[in-house]
Design a binder for this molecule. Structure first.
Ligand code: SF4
Length: 270
C-alpha cells in the first residue's frame, strides 16, 4: 500500500480547495489508501462533518468515527453522542483514558488538579485526550477533523490537508475554510443534531470543568481553560504527537527539532 507523504498531502490540499463538502469527502475517501479516522468532539463543526460523511455514505465503515471520552464531558455531550448515533444509524467508537493514569493523577493532584498549573492541565489533557488519540490513530493513513482556521489565532493557518510527519499520516480538515456562520446555517438547514450548550453561550465545548460560556464579543475559544494565557490554550490534540512524560508541576519542554510541532506534549506517567 502506498504510504501517505507530503507530496500526496500537498496535491490533495490543492484539489480539495475547489470542491464542496461532499466532493471533498469523496476525494479523500478515494485518494487516501488505508484506514481513515474522524475524531469528533461532538461540537457543532464535527456534527456538520458527521452529517457530511453520513450523507456521502462514508460513515459506516470507510471512515471510522471515534470520540475521546475523557470521563469529564458535559452530560449534554453524551446526549448529543447518543442522538447522533440514532439519527444516522451509526456507532461512534469511544477511546477512554487508561485507568491507572487517571487514578495516579487524581491521587497526586486532586480531582480538579488540572487547575493547579499549566503543566498539570497539560498532563490531564495528555492522559485523557492525547494518549487515547494515539491509540485511535494507530495505523491510520488519514485523520479527519472539524478544525476551522477561524476558530482561534492558534488555528489561523489550518490547511485543508497536510502531512503529519510525527504520526505518518495526512491530517484532513475539510471545513478549514468555513466560517462559523456557514457551519451554523449548514447545521440548521440540514436539521443536524447538535449540543444544546451551543445555544447557551458555549461556541466551543470541551470537558465540563474546563469550559465556560463566553461573553458577547469574546473569541470563540475564550471559554476553554479561561484561567490560562491565550497561547497555551490547546489540549495537545492538534499540536503534535506526545513525545515525553512529564509530571504534574513540571513545565513541558519546547520541541525544537520539528518545525511542525510547536510544543512537546505531556503524557502522564503511568
Ligand atoms: S480539558 Fe480539563 S478535564 Fe479535560 S482533559 Fe483537559 S485538563 Fe483534563
Amino acid at each position: 500500500m502506498t504510504r501517505p507523504d507530503r507530496t500526496m498531502a500537498d496535491s490533495l490540499a490543492e484539489r480539495l480547495s475547489g470542491l464542496d463538502l461532499p466532493g471533498r469527502l469523496h476525494l479523500i475517501a478515494a485518494e487516501i489508501p488505508g484506514r481513515l479516522v474522524f475524531t469528533t468532539s461532538l461540537g457543532v463543526e464535527d456534527q456538520a462533518l458527521t452529517h457530511g460523511l453520513a450523507m456521502a455514505g462514508l460513515a459506516k465503515g470507510r471512515v471510522e468515527i471515534v470520540t475521546l471520552d475523557t470521563g469529564r464531558l458535559f452530560p449534554e455531550a453524551y446526549d448529543t453522542w447518543a442522538e447522533t448515533e440514532s439519527a444516522y444509524g451509526i456507532r461512534i467508537a469511544a477511546y477512554a483514558p487508561e485507568r491507572g493514569a487517571v487514578e495516579a493523577f487524581v491521587r497526586q493532584e486532586g480531582i480538579n488538579g488540572f487547575r493547579r498549573s499549566v503543566a498539570a492541565r497539560q498532563a490531564c489533557c495528555g492522559f485523557r485526550k492525547v494518549e487515547p488519540l494515539g491509540r485511535a490513530l494507530d495505523g491510520a493513513s488519514g485523520w479527519l477533523t472539524g478544525l476551522r482556521a477561524g476558530q482561534s489565532a492558534n488555528r489561523a493557518e489550518t490547511p485543508l490537508a497536510a502531512f503529519d510527519p510525527a504520526r505518518g499520516l495526512i491530517k484532513l480538515n475539510p471545513l478549514a475554510d468555513w466560517s462559523r456562520a456557514q457551519v451554523d446555517s449548514f447545521v440548521r438547514e440540514n436539521f443536524i443534531p447538535y449540543n444544546v450548550l451551543h445555544d447557551r453561550g458555549f461556541p466551543s465545548i470541551g470537558c465540563a470543568p474546563c469550559t465556560r460560556a463566553v461573553k458577547l464579543g469574546e473569541p470563540e475559544r475564550a471559554g476553554r481553560w479561561w484561567w490560562e494565557q491565550e497561547e497555551k490554550k490547546e489540549c495537545g490534540l492538534h499540536v503534535g504527537r506526545p513525545a515525553a512524560s512529564i509530571q504534574p508541576g513540571q513545565e513541558p519542554a519546547i520541541f525544537e527539532s520539528n518545525p511542525d510541532v510547536k510544543t512537546r506534549q505531556p503524557e502522564f506517567a503511568r
